[in-house]
Ligand binder design. Structure first.
Ligand code: DGI
Ligand code: FE
Ligand code: FE
Length: 191
């Protein structure tokens, strides 16, 4: 595993645009810190972080072509907003091309954009570290970081709420999985 972290860091460096690579390293650093705090396997967190946006090495058009040929499209909304499918493509590549078999890592990569009901700690960690890594600087990001550091599930819920608010303000369709994720976390936090 230690070896493969170096491999996937180099793969990201070689295949992603510089800003996307910097974001990827930001997610790695922040996800590793949160993983330590919450007793989550830090190598799994780092591996998922380093690979979560790997599919962005391909153009949007190519991502759609790959998702169709690999049967990765599940909702009509996937094609209305094709920027939401890159996690599934990355997870598919990790499993088929890079022989990653750990289902929790694959799920964390797959679901990092939309979440899903019943997310594991690692999935919540990658979803929320992606939104709040050190180079993100939108208003309110510090509050989200504090919440995440205080409670992983409540922090993740706050991240989903922020994403929904942002989509509403920018007049975009909320993907059904985003709504299911929100409802599931809300219920789970209340119990
Ligand atoms: O890949 P990143 O830019 O690091 O971040 P991401 O994977 O969380 O999000 C990719 C894009 O997906 C971002 O522009 C926001 C968008 N997105 C996330 N959830 C939804 C969404 N877009 C729509 N239309 N609906 C969603 O529910
Ligand atoms: Fe992403
Ligand atoms: Fe990302």
């Amino acid at each position: 595993m230690v070896c493969s972290l170096g491999f996937f860091r180099a793969l990201a460096a070689q295949n992603l645009e510089f800003e996307r690579f910097q974001h990827t390293i930001g997610v790695e650093v922040w996800a590793t810190e949160l993983a330590k705090k919450y007793g989550i396997n830090t190598e799994k967190a780092a591996l998922a972080a380093l690979t979560h946006d790997l599919a962005k090495m391909h153009s949007q058009q190519e991502q759609v072509r790959l998702a169709k040929s690999w049967n990765l499209l599940t909702y009509p909304e996937d094609l209305e907003n094709p920027q939401v499918i890159h996690g599934r493509i990355a997870a598919y590549l990790l499993e088929q091309k890079y022989n990653i078999t750990d289902q929790d890592i694959l799920n964390a990569v797959k679901n990092h954009t939309l979440g899903r009901p019943g997310m594991s700690s690692l999935e919540m960690l990658i979803y929320s570290a992606d939104l709040t890594e050190p180079s993100r600087n939108f208003p309110g990001v510090d509050k989200l970081r504090e919440k995440l550091y205080h409670d992983l599930k409540e922090g993740t819920l706050a991240c989903v709420e922020h994403t929904i608010d942002y989509l509403v303000v920018t007049n975009r369709t909320i993907h059904p999985l985003t709504l299911l994720t929100y409802e599931d976390l809300k219920k789970s936090v209340q119990n």
